[in-house]
Design a protein around this ligand. Structure first.
Ligand SMILES: [Mn+2]
Length: 246
């Protein structure tokens, strides 16, 4: 029976030998055939670019796992993150995903749910929004197609290492929670019943007035994810192979 939906974000996958990568494959394999919709809320990959006929070799195992899940009838919804956008033909056609570049509304059991990666919840962030627009622009898309994929991978790895060195304002937990809560309140005022986001790497589930706010945490060392089942959200953590997930 497929009556539950799963939400996962921020795995930042890089190498199939990494512990978090292997654990995600195990988890998806255990869940196969039991998921109605799998919501991937961004930064599943540490770097993705959707070429027409090429995928980065380290991602073959996860792409195959997603394809198997899809074959069992699970829908996949992908919200782009700040590390994975221009999802391209593999996600759009081969996996038949619904792609929401900036997040947005989905209907679950006729309820309006707002899903987002989370990088756009801060209202006062013009610098980041400009950078985000440039990275997603058509000229950059063209440029990416001219550069050999091996170079693109190296540049992205370098950029990712640089960004890990500079502490980001979003790592401030209290401030992030307040920002998220105020973002969620606005969505609840618009009639959404729940807001689900990734990006903040800190799992949290809160009931605010009439709505539920879920921050997914990450799949780097927390292995946290959300489940929507029987009309309610819950936040869980996957302990590893053979553990009782539910
Ligand atoms: Mn992110």
């Amino acid at each position: 029976m497929k009556e539950k939906d799963l939400f996962i974000a921020d795995a930042h996958l890089l190498d199939p030998g990494d512990a978090n990568y292997r654990r995600l494959l195990t988890f998806l394999d255990e869940q196969r055939g039991r998921i109605r919709t799998l919501y991937l809320l961004g930064d599943i990959f540490d770097f993705w670019f959707g070429y027409r006929h090429t995928v980065f070799a380290p991602y073959v195992p996860i792409l195959e796992a997603l394809r198997r899940i899809r074959e069992e009838g699970t829908e996949i919804v992908y919200v782009e993150g700040n590390h994975d956008f221009h999802m391209g033909p593999f996600f759009e056609q081969t996996l038949g995903c619904r792609i929401l570049p900036d997040g947005g509304e989905v209907r679950i059991d006729d309820e309006r749910i707002f899903i987002a990666h989370g990088d756009l919840v801060r209202p006062d962030d013009p610098g980041y929004r400009l950078l985000r627009r440039c990275l997603r622009s058509r000229p950059l898309n063209w440029l990416m197609r001219l550069i050999p994929p091996d170079w693109a991978w190296s540049v992205a790895r370098w950029a990712s290492r640089q960004s890990q060195k500079t502490p980001h304002v979003d790592r401030n937990k209290g401030q992030s929670e307040a920002t998220l809560a105020s973002f969620a309140r606005q969505r609840f005022a618009e009639g959404y019943r729940a807001v689900v986001t990734g990006h903040f790497h800190s799992p949290m589930i809160r009931t605010i007035e009439e709505g539920t706010l879920v921050a997914l945490g990450d799949w780097i060392d927390q292995f946290s994810y959300a489940v929507y089942e029987d009309g309610a959200f819950s936040l869980r953590s996957f302990k590893g192979a053979g553990s009782k997930t539910d």
